[in-house]
Design a protein. Structure first.
Length: 94
């Protein structure tokens, strides 16, 4: 049976890499899928509605599209679950 093209994944952003002029490749760690790479097309444009969510150590729920035969997922939408960067007290934990 064919694998579904649209998938929901919950994961934590561990790396962001610029890709072309307006896109990012996001490395995400999820419990279900391990480390995955996501192409976020147009995320670096000024009017992108998801630009503020894609930050390191944010736990997000992603809706992704996967092309058959490709290792790269394509971002369709995302929503914030939790931001772990604000849970760290840098003065006492360093």
């Amino acid at each position: 049976m064919a694998e579904p093209r649209e998938t929901k994944i919950t994961g934590i952003v561990i790396r962001k890499t610029k890709f072309k002029d307006t896109s990012l490749i996001i490395e995400v760690f999820s419990i279900d899928s391990g480390k995955i790479s996501i192409l976020a097309k147009g995320i670096r444009k000024e009017k992108s509605k998801f630009a503020g969510l894609i930050e390191l150590l944010n736990e997000l729920e992603f809706v992704l599209h996967k092309q058959p035969g490709s290792d790269l997922y394509i971002l369709k939408s995302t929503s914030l679950i939790r931001s772990y960067i604000f849970d760290v007290n840098f003065r006492t934990n360093l």
